[in-house]
Design a binder for this molecule. Structure first.
Ligand SMILES: Cc1cc2nc3c(=O)[nH]c(=O)nc-3n(C[C@H](O)[C@H](O)[C@H](O)COP(=O)(O)OP(=O)(O)OC[C@H]3O[C@@H](n4cnc5c(N)ncnc54)[C@H](O)[C@@H]3O)c2cc1C
Length: 544
């Protein structure tokens, strides 16, 4: 006999757990099926060094900003262990000497920091911040909006399109132009419009290329910057990021705890092999071990190529949809390097190994836009970057739970290696790449290399094969213009529903993803709950 539930969630990443918490909250008997031995997906805290289990790293994702207060409140995540330390400034030390710190929310200190490099840029900075805040007022609420099926003539879709247009009726010509520019420009061109100093532009360009298979001169990277700049970790400071105590795995654990408290079950080591489709409807799943589990609602939160091409199968889907998912772009060339350090980096520009402010935020290796672009061009030419760029952080500046006192964890989010490195492990080349990355930091902080106690290098192949991040893309699919909003993951199916009734889709490959934001899981659960309510009310009407 197949086990039966009201709802099955495929994937125990943070989105799957959010979906399960909301579904279980309505009283639905809900089970999460996770393929790995632990929940969290890309939001995971692990001990990668068996010889030193006392060191824990946030192995993939590393900072929080995008989880909306609605979800935090609804799921009472604070009560379940969600605790964020807001990060310090962006910090870049320069090979030619000096450094810059940029603050998310301190105009006075930004003025002082930037005016060392350019008075004109220091004057421009508050205007830039205000401009971004204005755009965040438009884009922020859009993240929580279900994209309409633009072009559809169905009354429900037309109504949704009109509602969206009505909500934005207050926008003026200039705001629409600014949003259009943001969506279509490169981060390099955008920053050239505002700033003159290479140091300021390098520091501000980082968010435009995070996780992206595109250098800063590629159109669309301005939007990637905005995506990374409109969250506030719930503290009301726009663009602020923070560290979860216990690493990103603790975010997943808090959501897991909330889901369990509402009655959801979580089964680990339970890879799904197929979604069962009968009479055109999803009716359950088959696990890799052959067991069948049935439910009227199935929510998938795994990569779209796995969810649709492997689990549902082309035979159960419309041809256009299969073509769209087959063409889904999922590259990024990211390598995560996790380090255990005996002491903090001692920068020539800001000496000392005692904890100082510049250790508390992003410790960047992105001295200029040209530096970042060179790293991308190397990878585009089929080679790993000679001098990779890195968004580094030291969460243990605040979080004392990850390593023994006196030591530190440093997490380097680096780019790029060739996108096809997801096909082969490239282990020796990844180690050489990590050596070069470490050398780059060592030029700025000469104690760095010698301070490394342990290191862990995770490349695109491991991201795909161990974590299900196909192509090594960190967001289940690139945040490129042709994959945003009503096109994410496919035209006509951006409302967290799929061509198969009963099957909902809530991974980072839907609108508002990627990132650890929970919005896709929340929206997919809401769509399932709304459809169930509508079906119940239809049945009641028929009976009466
Ligand atoms: C290196 C890296 C750095 C990042 N940094 C940040 C950051 O700092 N901040 C941020 O906000 N975001 C960051 N991201 C992005 C963010 O982590 C992801 O967008 C997000 O975690 C994805 O969540 P998800 O629940 O949609 O999918 P996932 O986390 O991928 O979860 C999907 C789950 O499904 C499971 N699964 C796969 N196949 C099956 C199957 N057949 N059966 C059952 N289960 C299956 C997987 O094991 C996984 O647990 C980063 C990502 C990476 C990789």
């Amino acid at each position: 006999m197949a086990a039966t539930y009201d709802a099955i969630v495929i994937g125990g990443g943070h989105n799957g757990l959010v979906a399960a918490a909301y579904l279980a909250g309505t009283g639905a008997r809900t089970v999460v099926l996770e393929g790995r031995h632990k929940i969290g997906g890309a939001a995971t805290t692990e001990s990668p060094w068996p010889e030193a289990p006392e060191f824990k790293v946030t192995r993939l994702s590393y900072v929080m900003s995008l989880l909306p207060p609605t979800i935090i409140k609804d799921l009472e995540l604070d009560r379940h262990g969600y605790k964020i330390f807001p990060m310090g400034p962006y910090y870049q030390a320069f090979p030619e000497g000096g450094s810059i710190k940029l603050y998310a929310d301190d105009a006075k200190r930004n003025y002082e920091a930037v005016s060392q490099w350019s008075k004109k840029d220091a004057e421009a900075m508050p205007k830039w911040d205000a401009w971004l805040a204005g755009l965040a007022d438009v884009l922020g609420p859009l993240l929580l909006t279900v994209p309409p099926a633009l072009g559809s003539r169905k009354p429900r879709d037309l109504a949704a399109t009109l509602r969206l247009a009505w909500r934005h009726r207050g926008l003026d010509v200039r705001t629409i132009a600014d949003v259009t520019r943001l969506m279509t420009m490169s981060i390099a061109d955008l920053l050239d419009d505002w700033f003159e100093s290479p140091q300021v532009k390098g520091a501000l360009a980082v968010n435009g290329v995070i996780g992206t298979w595109a250098g800063p001169y590629e159109p669309g990277t301005a939007y990637v910057m905005a995506h990374h700049s409109i969250g506030d970790v719930g503290d009301g400071h726009l663009g602020n990021w923070g560290f979860q105590e216990g690493g990103m795995g603790a975010v997943a654990s808090a959501i897991e705890s909330a889901a369990r408290a509402r009655g959801a079950e979580i089964q680990l080591n339970s890879p799904v092999a197929r979604v069962l489709v009968e009479g055109g409807r999803a009716v359950g799943v088959t696990l890799a071990n052959g067991a069948e589990i049935r439910a009227k609602v199935v929510v998938s939160t795994v990569h779209p190529k796995i969810a649709f091409l492997e689990h549902v199968g082309a035979a159960n889907l419309p041809d256009d949809f299969v073509t769209d998912i087959s063409r889904w772009k999922s590259r990024s060339g990211v390598v995560k390097i996790n380090l255990a350090l005996a002491e903090l980096p001692d920068f020539i520009a800001d000496p000392g190994t005692r904890l100082q402010e510049h250790h508390t935020g992003s410790v960047e290796m992105a001295p200029t836009m040209e530096y970042i672009e060179r790293a991308f061009q190397d990878a585009r030419d089929g080679k790993p970057a000679v001098r990779p760029f890195s968004d580094g952080v030291i969460p243990t500046a605040f979080d004392k739970t990850l390593c023994p006192e006196g030591t530190h964890i440093m997490s380097l989010f680096t780019q790029w290696v060739p996108s096809d490195w997801a096909d082969e492990p490239h282990e020796a080349e990844l180690e050489a790449y990590a050596d070069r990355m470490i050398d780059c930091y060592n030029e700025l902080a000469p104690n760095f290399k010698a301070s490394i106690l342990h290191r862990d290098v995770v490349g695109p192949y491991q991201m795909e094969h161990e974590y299900g991040l196909v192509g090594g893309n960190i967001f289940h699919g690139e945040l490129s213009l042709e994959q945003l909003f009503h096109l994410r993951p496919a035209p006509g199916f951006a409302d967290y529903r799929t061509p198969v009734p009963g099957l909902y889709y809530g991974s980072s490959a839907t609108h508002a993803g990627g990132g650890v934001c929970g919005i896709p899981g929340w929206q997919a659960a809401r769509a399932a709950i709304a459809d169930r309510k509508a079906a119940v009310s239809r049945r009641r009407t028929r009976r009466s």
